[in-house]
Design a protein around this ligand. Sequence first.
Ligand SMILES: [Fe+2]
Length: 271
Amino acid sequence: MKKLICMTDIHITDEGEDIIGLDPLARFCKARDAALEAHPDAEALILMGDLTHHGRVSQYQRFASELTDIPMPVIPMIGNHDRRDAFLEVFPNAPQTVDGHIQSILDLPMHRIITLDTLDGPPYPKWHHAGLLGEARLGWLKAALDGADGRIPLVFAHHPPFDTGIIGMDYIKLKDGPDLLAMLAQYENAHLFCGHVHRTISGRLNGVSWSMLKSTCHHGPLELKKPDPTLSLDEPGSYGLALLHESGVVFHSEDVGIEAEVQTDIGSLSG
Ligand SMILES: [Fe+2]
């Protein structure tokens, strides 16, 4: 069965900078090593946005130096903490649309992998972290969906196009989310993957099934009342694994850095 490795909200900082005491680069390397050791035969590694914490060239350079030995195509996406011009300075060969958005299509035998650029800007006003697709990117997506030629569309967007109940993050979701959901609802087998909220969540809304993956670094609490998008937890980093079935997709979220051994509970079969 074909599979994809997914990682999101990597938030690489400059050397010496941490996030709630965590080193995002070390956390990413731990997730990368665990994922590649277990799944070296994956079709691609999808990096689902917020590659860096401040969108600085120096941060993309630190990140790029850790991507040199990946034995599969690497598909980078950008999120609200990224900046397109700085990203392209370090990743000049990243796929771009004619409008300069970082979007891509990867065709596998039964699936079409579509990655979207939900960064709103430039300009980038301070504290502005909501996402936007707009007409050009939605038009590009429609063409990508229509051209899938029977393949199951797996669509990746950094910002979720709906409320999750995590109120601080709901304020900075995808602004034109209803337009994205309405479009995806027209494609029966489409599945949407998001990051941004730093939690593993799943659901089906407006007829669209979706999965959300937590960060390789820091996580968001299940906070339904405080409207603060910066609340963070030190929980184990994670990567996602999408198993591509001929009728759809199964998505796993795997924590890394937990020193637990797999054990056999043979007694559970004898009772
Ligand atoms: Fe993030």
